[in-house]
Design a protein around this ligand. Sequence first.
Ligand code: ZN
Length: 118
Amino acid sequence: MYRLRVESQFDAAHKLVGYKGKCSRVHGHTWKVEVFVVGEKLDDIGILVDFETLKEKLEKITERLDHSFLNDLKEIGNPTSENISRYVFQNLKGLPKIVKLEKVRVWESPRSWCEYFE
Ligand SMILES: [Zn+2]
């Protein structure tokens, strides 16, 4: 099996609804987003999937989130790292059939991340 990973990042503000603590106030993060795909069959030049294809698909999503107030994006729900990672995963449809989307990892800070996978 092969595993490929691409990353992107975005800056955005959010507040956690229903949270008891300072994260209930509006604040911002630079979120790093990693996407992992796996597969076992390479094409005839030895590529699983073009890194550029993956990056373009991921950046379409992160550009939508960049410099936004995440609470305005109703599809995400309460903008926790958990919900953001699921949102990215579920919007990464249309990947080449030869690969399986393994997981999306969202870093809220250099020491905290959440992964979503199905
Ligand atoms: Zn936060």
